[in-house]
Design a protein around this ligand. Structure first.
Ligand code: DGY
Length: 310
């Protein structure tokens, strides 16, 4: 991470926001009014009012693959390139999604809480902590981008049958990895695990709501390592509580951070990680370097290494 800051420092005068919390919008606008480039993360809102306040802006560099906090269309309209960090975090994020899938299926987090609680008093019980198998089950992937593909590859390693639904069909991947494209109702009805890997857009907000959860098997597990709002969290709570589905593994929630009083936290059949999909040393390091390179390229008027504008 320091390496990325050093790289930027060599090419530009740099101010680093000193707080872990993002700047308030008015502070962000004031800071943006004098700069040529900004490096943002998913907590920073980059919208029309911010761009209005930033007449010199030549580049926006987002330290993430997700861009739901950035109005890319508005930036494009103003001729401002938007950098992002696809690819370098796909494997790490799929690792976390698969870890959540495994943990929810085999009740790892739940049973670990029980052990720490001092409740493990009988060495072995043939009928205690039974979960569901992962191997040879059907994994339904929604969103077949780089992270969705990495999830499919992990599923293949566990001898899973992989079906997918996505904005665009990928015949190349179907042939190479034995994936089968299906419509959404089929995916929901046939999957033992439904894993979400689509971006958050106005179209995908609450993509999984009551109607979709009711179409899933009562033994199914929902995994979300995409963005919290793609799932209607109130409907998910009811689904988990009333047994419409078996369990869920979430790396993302709506809102983030999840409030301590959120009803989801009262349930045992949900595993929640604090948005750590890309949080490996190597992946975050690579994201930082790519974000730095995008920023510098934009400042120097060169094409960005990874540019999100259409
Ligand atoms: C992303 O890249 O969009 C993640 O959610 C944060 O790393």
């Amino acid at each position: 991470m320091q390496e990325a800051l050093d790289l930027i420092d060599e090419s530009a005068d740099m101010e680093v926001w000193p707080d872990e919390n993002p700047p308030a919008p008015e502070v962000m606008r004031e800071k943006a009014s004098t700069v040529d480039g900004i490096l943002t993360n998913i907590m920073d809102r980059v919208d029309g009012p911010l761009l209005d306040a930033a007449p010199r802006l030549k580049v926006i560099s987002q330290l993430a693959v997700g861009l739901d906090n950035v109005d890319v269309a508005e930036a494009t309209r103003r001729g401002i390139p938007v950098g992002y960090t696809p690819g370098v975090l796909a494997k790490a994020t799929a690792d976390v999604a698969f870890a959540l899938l495994m943990s929810a299926a085999r009740r790892i987090s739940e049973s670990e809480r029980w052990v720490r609680d001092g409740q493990w008093t009988l060495a072995f019980h043939p009928l205690r902590w039974l979960g569901v198998d992962v191997h040879e089950k059907t994994l339904g992937i929604i969103g077949m981008g780089q992270i969705g593909l990495e999830m499919a590859r992990r599923g293949r390693g566990f001898d899973m049958n992989i079906i997918y639904h996505s904005r665009s069909r990928r015949p190349d991947l179907e042939a190479e990895y034995g994936l089968v494209y299906v419509d959404l109702p089929t995916l929901l009805a046939e999957s033992d695990f439904v894993s979400l890997h689509m971006p958050l857009t106005p179209e995908t907000r609450h993509y999984i709501g009551e109607a979709e959860l009711r179409q899933m098997k009562p033994t199914a597990i929902l995994v979300n390592a995409a963005r919290g709002p793609v799932v209607d969290s109130r409907a998910l709570y009811t689904a988990l509580k009333e047994g419409w589905i078996y369990a869920a593994g979430l790396d993302v929630t709506d809102p983030e951070p999840i409030p301590a009083a959120d009803p989801l936290l009262t349930l045992e059949n949900v595993v929640i990680a604090p948005h750590v999909g890309s949080a490996s040393l190597a992946s975050r390091g690579a994201m930082c370097m790519l974000a730095a390179r995008n920023l510098i390229a934009g400042l120097e008027g060169n094409p960005l290494v990874r540019c999100a504008n259409p």
